[in-house]
Design a protein around this ligand. Structure first.
Ligand SMILES: NC(=O)c1ccc[n+]([C@@H]2O[C@H](COP(=O)([O-])OP(=O)(O)OC[C@H]3O[C@@H](n4cnc5c(N)ncnc54)[C@H](OP(=O)(O)O)[C@@H]3O)[C@@H](O)[C@H]2O)c1
Length: 358
């Protein structure tokens, strides 16, 4: 009997946060098979699906860095996937790859749609999608190329307990900076200071946040890492040091309302008075340098200098839409993944020992 395959397709452009069971249609079809492969292609099954706030921005019909997902189109996304059959010289059956295979269980991907996984000993397979994958690379290149923190400087990170922010703060510590993390709960703040080595962590939902923020930045902010935008960015502008660098990585607080009229940014005048350098970037800008970034991040993880936090949601592909909406309620600490297919952890260990032990 043919294997069945679940896939999410965009049903409608949401107003506000995505609505599980409504924004996407979950469709069951027969899965593709090895017979469908053309030269250069792989048949893969997704194991861990990456969920990223930016996916929400792909659901608008607006000008962006990537075309919008069309109504009826398979939802785009990346996953750690196992190769079921191969007609590519780049990956063999049984190997794991990072595949841009979308929100589905089984897919055919061409060579431009997958990357082989190459991590050093001491790392885990899931790190290839988080701390030594796309979000880690975002942190690494954004901080080293734009933020450029120096020892003793104050680095403030918003969205600090998330996938990108948690790596940003730890790299800033490796560079000798004083690091202040902002997160949405006391539990997350505890993780930042007690597990990840941040100097200070502030709960931005606390009623005392405005005063706490001023107290935590007595020498002002030299590098501000923005993952959230909105009024936290405005508060950071008011605390900017002369010649500070503002790395504009994301603005999740506005992602559910990009179709509404955008408001101005208060305190933007400080960009002039404090000669702030404010720069946005997309991690893809550094595509040619990914091997360098992955090597460094993997090495830090292996040496215990970088801790890779993850939230893995179980329940198969069908929970992906609910898991994605949870990003906007702070449901994750570290990288958010959906376990599309439970995997024998011994198989993973054998794989890691065989392939990732370089
Ligand atoms: N420029 C690039 O190339 C690039 C690449 C990757 C990611 N990004 C951006 O980086 C940011 C973080 O992405 P990620 O993948 O690492 O996700 P993440 O930080 O792991 O998850 C999102 C987190 O954002 C926080 N959040 C949600 N709504 C918020 C709000 N209204 N105000 C403040 N915080 C809010 C939540 O944590 P709390 O509990 O703390 O609220 C949530 O856990 C996103 O803006 C994303 O678009 C940019």
């Amino acid at each position: 009997m043919a294997r069945k395959n679940l896939t999410f397709h965009l049903a409608e452009r949401p107003k506000g946060n995505i609505v599980p069971g409504k924004t996407f249609n979950l469709v069951e079809t027969d899965a593709p098979t090895a017979d469908d492969l053309k030269d250069g292609q792989l048949l893969v099954e997704n194991i861990y699906l990456s969920l990223d706030p930016a996916m929400r921005t792909w659901l608008y019909d607006i000008r962006s860095y990537t075309p919008p997902v069309a109504i009826g189109e398979k939802m785009r996304g990346g996953a750690i996937a196992r190769v079921l059959a191969s007609k590519s010289s780049k990956a063999k059956e049984g190997e794991f790859v990072f595949a841009r295979s979308g929100w589905t269980e089984v897919a055919v991907v061409g060579e431009a749609e997958f990357d082989t996984i190459d991590l050093p000993k001491g790392t885990q397979l899931t790190h290839a999608i988080g701390a030594a994958g796309m979000t880690g690379l975002t942190a690494y290149f954004g901080l080293t190329e734009i933020g450029k923190p120096k020892a003793g400087e104050t680095v403030v990170v918003s969205g600090a307990a998330g996938a990108t922010g948690s790596v940003v703060g730890q790299i800033a510590k490796i560079n000798g900076a004083r690091v202040v993390g902002l997160a949405g709960s006391d539990e997350k703040c505890k993780v930042l200071t007690e597990e990840l080595g941040f100097d200070v962590a502030l709960n931005y939902k606390a009623p005392t946040f405005a005063e706490d923020f001023v107290k935590a930045t007595p020498d002002y902010i030299d590098v501000y890492w923005d993952n959230v935008g909105g009024d936290i960015l405005e508060k950071a502008l008011a605390r900017a040091a002369p010649h500070s660098r503002f790395v504009i990585c994301g603005g999740i607080s506005g992602y559910n309302s990009l179709d509404q009229e955008n408001h101005g940014i208060r305190n933007i005048f400080q960009v002039i008075t404090q000669r702030i350098r404010m720069e946005g970037f997309i991690v893809f800008d550094y595509r040619d340098r990914y091997p360098e970034g992955k090597k460094q991040l993997g090495q830090w993880i292996a040496e215990g200098k970088l801790k890779a936090k993850e939230t893995i949601v179980k329940g198969g592909l069908k929970v992906a839409d609910a898991a994605m909406s949870s990003l906007f309620d702070g449901g994750n600490t570290g990288k958010l993944l959906v376990e599309v297919k439970p995997i024998d952890q011994e198989e993973v260990s054998r794989y890691v020992t065989k392939y990732l032990a370089r």
